[in-house]
Design a protein. Structure first.
Length: 290
């Protein structure tokens, strides 16, 4: 089934799960010089029981593929690629498959100048769908960072994400949805991911001042959940204007996230982060969060 997605200005980014930090990594071969009317697109593999894939993003009117990524496996997100505005065909086929193999994903992506987007294969293989997320790369205030949560586990219908001090980051985040971005104090964070059946999983992340990040909640190899932080933008003041500094950005392994899951996939729908987290609660809890 084909779906038309309004994608946009993005540049493929790094996944760093080893310590759940947001360190930069060497860039993959991807479009880094932005056309004057550039949009930005990055691609992710969020399907735990789908094999590694080769990704191609090709102009709808023909021509060479400006984005070619090989052997992309579960829990990997590419760096952003700067692309001329227009329509593109995104395909994913099993790595090493012969020419003519039916793609596991084939969808149209409309790249819009000045807009950033993440497009990912999401869900279990027998009900695979395309998840399209708008990436708001507005710079955070001095000394702060901006984060959002993408609930992408196939094992649970929803998750709560809180700090160990009890500050709510996401509440009832349905699988296949993203929260809005929120401004938070920079520094190390200890997080707890809780499922509807009261199972909980601990994670630690570090966000540097001026950065914008996405925290993906994914399945792990032991049948539980893990948090995979992805750096959206690494420097305050940088926007998708053709010279976005993403701090490098290369495909990185999700540290074992790849167990088969059960059920759960729904359409993308933004959630709102808890209001108190955005204002007085954050300020009052800053010291305790570090």
């Amino acid at each position: 089934m084909r779906r038309r997605l309004i994608a946009g200005a993005t540049a493929f980014t790094a996944v760093a799960l080893a310590s759940l930090g947001l360190a930069a990594a060497p860039a993959l071969a991807a479009t880094r010089t932005a056309p004057a009317d550039a949009g930005w697109v990055r691609v992710g593999h969020l399907s735990p029981d789908t094999v590694a894939v080769d990704v191609r993003l090709t102009p709808a009117d023909g021509g060479a593929a400006p984005v070619e990524l090989d052997d992309v496996s579960y829990g990997q997100v590419s760096p952003y690629a700067a692309l001329a505005a227009g329509d593109y065909e995104l395909t994913m086929v099993p790595t090493g498959a012969p020419a003519g193999t039916t793609p596991v994903i084939a969808t149209e992506v409309a790249v819009t100048a000045g807009v950033a987007n993440t497009v990912a294969a999401y869900g279990l293989n027998d009900s695979l769908q395309t998840l399209s997320l708008g990436d708001d790369l507005t710079s955070p205030a001095a000394g702060e960072a901006r984060i959002r949560v993408v609930s992408a586990s196939t094992q649970v219908d929803s998750v709560d994400v809180t700090t160990t001090t009890g500050v709510a980051i996401a509440t009832g985040a349905l699988s296949g949805t993203a929260t809005d971005y929120a401004s938070v104090p920079s520094g190390p964070w200890d997080l707890v991911v809780t499922t509807p059946d009261a199972a909980s999983y601990d994670a630690s992340v570090t966000v540097d001042p001026g950065t914008i990040s996405t925290l993906f909640v994914l399945d792990n190899a032991s049948g539980g959940l893990t948090v995979m932080p992805v750096l959206d933008s690494s420097a305050a003041g940088d926007a998708p204007d053709g010279s976005l500094d993403t701090g490098g950005g290369a495909l990185r392994d999700a540290g074992g996230a790849g167990a088969l899951g059960a059920a759960g996939a729904s359409a993308t729908a933004p959630l709102t982060l808890i209001a108190g987290f955005l204002a007085a609660v954050v300020q009052a809890a800053t010291a305790a969060l570090r």
